[in-house]
Design a protein around this ligand. Structure first.
Ligand SMILES: C[S@@+](CC[C@H](N)C(=O)[O-])C[C@H]1O[C@@H](n2cnc3c(N)ncnc32)[C@H](O)[C@@H]1O
Length: 372
């Protein structure tokens, strides 16, 4: 994409017109644009306007003034997460973002961004005029005078997500050795990162936004404060739970309430820490549902009152849900092999009430729990 052209007055007009044409089919839109602009600019403006429209979900209305590549948008950190991270890092003399993408983190970090993909680097330069963006390979950057490193390696290759850290770019071995060179290092990682691969002594933070676990971050060297932290952001407000990640929650009989901990709490291995805040126990040592006799309003879980617990049986469950005239059913499961969609079909619900159902195991036995 010719970004240099898009930023000219002609390019800006093309972008504004392309935005107005976004609802139309692509052929009609491109034909209309070509009447006013040359074919290359018309195509770039339409693609960029479409990316901006997609970016609104992540960046809000500000996306209409930003520049994106498709992969750059896909991998960009959500602004609320980037802003919190930069705030925790505080003022830094010389921070470098190794693999800065379109600059979502760089916007909050300031300093220098290195980006290998030339189009994406151009976007970062346009999106973060206050930063210095260097197109090139992060591995070639001289870190000797750097005070703080942020690295968010690409977890995609050829448009597909990669799950093995060894396929990250820059390469994992290099990424994980960064704290040896610059102790104040933060690495952004996939939420499912194999925790045995982390740099020794780091703090692993798991972050969720409105119920979705969006990332993990390893805070290295002097930046580590606790072994594990869950940051749960709901409706724009962040709540933090910290602990060792090795504590075991007590196990006991189910009680009146059940708490379904947020994915960030579960992935940070902080279920025991959470359970102690609600005086709770697990019904099964390997399953992260927490039972308690008390109801405690909190940001780290969803809470339900238990209506009935029964051994799992389709016939019995169907009868119980029909007796409650249930038509709409939310199904939660942990530790159950039941296929939720098949079960939903087999239940053939036709009632007028809504209910929640939990499929799990208690003391090793499969159970269905009807929730209020
Ligand atoms: C996950 S994205 C970064 C997203 C960024 N934190 C943001 O919020 O916009 C990773 C970026 O690293 C870049 N990258 C991958 N390998 C690189 C390397 N060796 N040197 C520099 N950049 C690299 C990719 O092109 C990609 O844009």
């Amino acid at each position: 994409m010719d970004f240099a052209r898009l930023v000219t007055p002609d390019g800006q007009h093309a972008l504004a017109e392309a935005r107005q044409l976004l609802g139309k089919d692509r052929l009609a839109a491109i034909t209309a644009l070509r009447e006013r602009f040359d074919p290359g600019l018309a195509a770039d403006a339409l693609s960029q306007a479409a990316l901006r429209e997609r970016a609104v979900a992540k960046f809000g209305e500000g996306a209409w003034g930003m520049y994106f590549t498709a992969a750059g948008l896909e991998q960009a950190t959500r602004p609320i997460v980037a802003a919190r991270r930069a705030e925790r890092l505080g003022a830094s003399r010389n921070v470098v973002d190794l693999g800065c993408g379109i600059g979502s983190d760089l916007m909050h970090l300031g300093g220098t961004g290195i980006e290998r993909d030339p189009d994406t680097a151009k976007c970062a330069e346009l999106n973060v005029p206050a930063a210095r963006v260097i197109p090139g390979d992060a591995q070639d950057f001289d870190l000797s005078t750097v005070d703080t490193v942020f690295c968010d390696p690409a977890r995609r290759s050829g448009g597909k997500r990669v799950f093995n850290p060894r396929d990250y770019s820059p390469p994992w071995d290099w990424v994980v050795s960064l704290p040896e060179r610059v102790p104040r290092t933060v690495l952004k990682l996939a939420p499912g990162i194999d925790q045995s691969l982390l740099p020794p002594g780091c703090e692993l933070e798991l972050v969720s936004v409105d119920g979705d676990v969006v990332e993990a971050a390893a805070w290295c060297g002097p930046l580590a404060r606790v072994p594990r932290r869950a940051t749960v952001i709901r409706k724009g407000v962040a709540h933090e739970l910290a602990g060792t990640g090795t504590r075991r929650a007590p196990v006991g009989e189910p009680r009146r309430y059940v708490y379904d901990p947020d994915g960030a709490v579960v992935r940070a291995h902080l279920v025991a820490e959470f359970a102690s805040t609600v005086d709770g126990v697990l019904g099964d040592p390997s399953i992260a549902y927490v039972y308690s006799s008390i109801y405690v309003e909190n940001a780290f879980s969803r809470a339900f009152e238990i209506d009935e617990i029964m051994p799992f049986s389709l016939k019995r469950l169907r009868a119980a849900l029909r007796a409650r005239d249930v038509g709409r059913l939310e199904i939660l499961k942990r530790g159950s092999a039941v296929d939720v969609e098949t079960l939903r079909r087999e239940l053939k619900l036709g009632g007028t009430n809504a209910a929640s159902l939990m499929l799990t195991r208690i003391a090793g036995d499969p159970v269905a729990v009807i929730l209020r």
